[in-house]
Design a protein around this ligand. Sequence first.
Ligand SMILES: [Zn+2]
Length: 305
Amino acid sequence: MFALDYTSPRAGRGPEELVPSRYALQVGELDVLVVSDGVLPLPAATMATNADPADLANWLDHMFLPHDNFDWPLNVLVVRSGDRTILVDAGLGSQFPGFPRAGQFPSRLEAAGIDLASVTDVVITHMHMDHVGGLLVDGLKERLRPDLKIHVADAEVRFWAQPDFSDTDMPAPVPDVLRSTATRFMDEYRDQLRIFQEKHEVAPGVVVRLTGGHTPGHSVVDLASGGERLTFAGDAMFPVAFDHPDWHNGFEHDPEESARVRVGLFRELAENGGLLVASHLPFPSVGRVAVDGDAFRYVPVIWDY
Ligand SMILES: [Zn+2]
């Protein structure tokens, strides 16, 4: 298991955090850690670009949430399989001044006792800034192993060579920042990419598979060991998606396909009973999915703190 070490000199710089913002669990033989990168506030309207604003307002009221901004949780996953330490996404990074509450992942990983130099693999669900930005923090690349492998779908790499934002609905200047961040990520890490087509076993029990939808190369990670399962669903779903799986998110490059992918994953998880963790579900985001008429229900596990 991951050591929860509060006493070593590595246990965080500056004052201790009130909440360590990491959650450990096991999936069979695999050690899994969900790490919060923080939250990023965005206009609430981006979560329902094809819905009647009154319906969105009702949903927000129903959830006791304000109407203007929605705090998107942002989670990163760490998996240990044998001698491999695999990072799934890398958070936002601290280089975007508009989001001071996100970009926590490098220090929280360190506080969890995980040395960046021990990471053997990174899986990128997609190349949006809140998933690759953490790898672009000043000085971070130098702390990674030179033989680090970064797994990403071929369709994702090809998409960002000439990205299409025509079906998205994002606040300015987000599209430009997404473009430049993806370009910088490719420039910095091109030589370390391990590009896969449909499906790829990163390590025993750790498989990444292409879903498309949110971006053309969007992928999810399936963990399976000892009869237990967990799927890290990236941006296939957001908190509103259980009640309104057909609502489009402004960050989806193909909103119709995104809704199909979302519903497909929900049905699959409801069927197989596997655990779900997603980038933007509230930390620690470990739960299951149940079918609820035409919608779905999120069923958190009993979080074992
Ligand atoms: Zn995201």
